[in-house]
Design a protein around this ligand. Structure first.
Ligand code: GUN
Length: 300
């Protein structure tokens, strides 16, 4: 391997430390405790694991954590009533409704019912519009984490060719907007892109967010490029024993690491940054709600 490893776990620890320091200052100087409410509907095991770790990290940063666990058959009306309660609760600065929601609930309707100022996921249509027009907004956590790592590694991103593979609302599209905001030349590639290998070979920065295990091989990567692998895919690992599995990204790590200048591993790359940025967004939302200065280096 010749690439520099971008250690997301270590970077996330520094972000969480900055958050905790700012939280302590808000308490000492202003008597404020940032509060994050997470709402989960139904019993998807993976979602419950995520929500538990979000709650734990929130408390560890010194913030208030509230979890609302609702039955899978909760009505849209009941969910909207809860969102409205949280919108008006002054002790809550951030609201996250865990996705996906059960099929009978309209995700767009629920997300757009959240007060945009408390939308720490950055999914509300107002925040999407603000980000797209270069205005101050809440920024989706995973792309924000990727941007922080890229800025840390490169300093300025100005003029670099960036290719984002994947056009999801949660990662691909906001990632492209953030890179454009930092003056990259941005291409969003997806499943219908013609000659994807050639498109990726032009990139100084590759952000892979497609959810297809090891889809990007090393020979698609321009020598020296930076590879940010957002994918977290569980695959069979018979070499570890019968029934064993392992996590891999959307990039084939070994071959990409031979060619790239820098690369994020899976696990331990982008993943830990997502929760760190959720905490950062909660502090930012609390500061904005109280017209206080925002923490340095924790926003886009
Ligand atoms: N489900 C998977 N990722 C996310 C996320 O970032 N936010 C929310 N609300 N739900 C998710």
């Amino acid at each position: 391997m010749s690439a520099t490893l971008i250690d997301g776990k270590a970077f996330a620890a520094t972000v969480r430390e900055k958050v905790a320091t700012h939280v302590a200052r808000l308490k000492d100087e202003h008597g404020l405790t940032p509060g994050l409410a997470v709402v989960i509907v139904g019993d998807d095991p993976a979602s419950h694991v995520y929500v538990r770790s979000k709650g734990k990290a929130t408390v560890e940063a010194g913030m208030k954590s509230v979890e609302h666990r609702l039955d899978a058959d909760t009505s849209e009306e009941a969910l909207l009533t809860l969102v409205e309660q949280l919108n008006t609760d002054p002790s809550i600065h951030g609201i996250l409704v865990q996705l996906p929601l059960p099929g009978h609930l309209n995700e767009d309707l629920v997300i757009n019912a959240i007060d945009p100022a408390k939308d720490v996921d950055g999914f509300h249509i107002s925040n999407v519009g603000l980000l797209g027009t270069g205005q101050k907004s809440m920024v989706p956590c995973t792309p924000l984490g990727c941007l922080m790592m890229l800025r840390d590694h490169h300093g300025s991103l100005s003029g670099l060719d960036a290719v984002v593979i994947g056009r999801s609302n949660i990662v691909g599209k906001p990632m492209a907007q953030l890179l454009l905001g930092d003056s990259c030349t941005v291409t969003i590639a997806h499943s219908r892109t013609k000659d994807l290998p050639e498109v990726v070979r032009r990139a100084d920065i590759v952000v892979a967010a497609v959810g297809r295990p090891e889809m990007v091989p090393g020979d698609w990567i321009k020598p020296g490029a930076t590879v940010i692998d957002v994918g977290i895919n569980r695959i069979d690992a018979p070499e570890k024993g019968e029934g064993k599995t392992r996590l891999v990204g959307d990039c084939h790590f070994e071959s990409c690491a031979e060619v790239a200048g820098a690369i994020t591993p899976v696990p331990g790359g982008v993943g830990p940054m997502t929760i760190a940025c959720l905490l950062a967004n909660t502090v930012t939302a609390c500061c904005r709600a109280n017209s206080l200065a925002e923490p340095e280096g924790l926003t886009a």
